[in-house]
Design a protein around this ligand. Structure first.
Ligand code: SAH
Length: 228
């Protein structure tokens, strides 16, 4: 079973959308989720989880000692799971990394808030920074949900058809070909002739050509990598 442990100031955000549909049905079967409230690891009268940035500047920084205690509790010595920190500075999440995670025992995920987290706990606890894209969220929770959604759908038994997955965008290094379903005519637009021909070899060839065209047009970066 894939075990996810999430450290957050907002445990109410979990499982959230992952409690529904395929992921929700598989929760407790193919995967397990636990949340740890960061504030439970704070000390002192005010249970502060953050403090002002050294060197000045706006915003607040999550305290190294509080985060360290939460990580040590969620992921004691010997826990084989990778420790991830959702962060816009991180390595951008890819389908390859999602596959690697899905093949492993789970993940411990720290969700940031405020300006960020004291650098020393990132180093001291070997946190791998993971970004879900080049934009700024207000917290790591939605990032963690995105990552977990991508992982959970790959776990054995979660998706209906084992092969739906293997042909999808990024799995082949190409974006996906276009899909159509009935009716045959929609607002004057027919389904491409070849798809209703019943000729499976021709259909496969057409889909491949469309996938290549769309990748070339929309993602020259992916196309160059595919050629390279
Ligand atoms: N000051 C930071 C942004 C902080 S946003 C900077 O300029 O880099 C607050 C928190 O939201 C971050 O600590 C991180 O956990 C989360 N977050 C924001 N954008 C993200 C992204 N693109 N991917 C993953 N996590 C993100």
């Amino acid at each position: 079973m894939f075990r996810a442990s999430v450290i957050t100031l907002f445990p109410e955000m979990f499982p959230g959308p992952l409690g529904l549909s395929l992921a929700g049905r598989a929760l407790g079967e193919a995967w397990a989720l636990e949340t740890h409230l960061l504030r439970d690891f704070a000390t002192g009268k005010h249970r502060a989880v953050d403090d002002t940035p050294a060197g000045g500047g706006p915003g607040m920084v999550m305290k190294a000692d509080v985060v360290a205690r939460a990580i040590d509790h969620a992921s004691p010595e010997g826990d084989p799971r990778p420790r991830l920190f959702m962060s816009p500075r991180g390595r951008p999440l890819t389908q390859t990394q999602v596959r690697e995670l899905a093949a492993g025992p789970g993940a411990v995920i720290l969700c940031g808030r405020f300006e960020g987290v004291d650098e020393r706990v990132i180093e001291a606890r070997g946190l791998q920074e993971v970004s879900i894209g080049d934009y700024i969220l207000s917290g790591g929770e939605l990032g963690a949900l995105v990552l977990l959604d991508a992982v959970v759908r790959l776990l054995p038994g979660v998706m209906g058809h084992a092969e739906s997955g293997s042909e999808e965008s990024f799995e082949t290094g190409l974006l996906e070909y276009p899909h159509y379903t009935r009716p045959q005519l929609f607002e004057g637009r027919p389904i491409p002739e070849v798809l209703v021909s019943g000729d499976h070899a021709k259909i496969a060839k057409w889909r491949r050509a469309e996938a290549e065209r769309i990748t070339r047009e929309r993602r020259p970066d992916l196309w160059a990598k595919k050629q390279g």
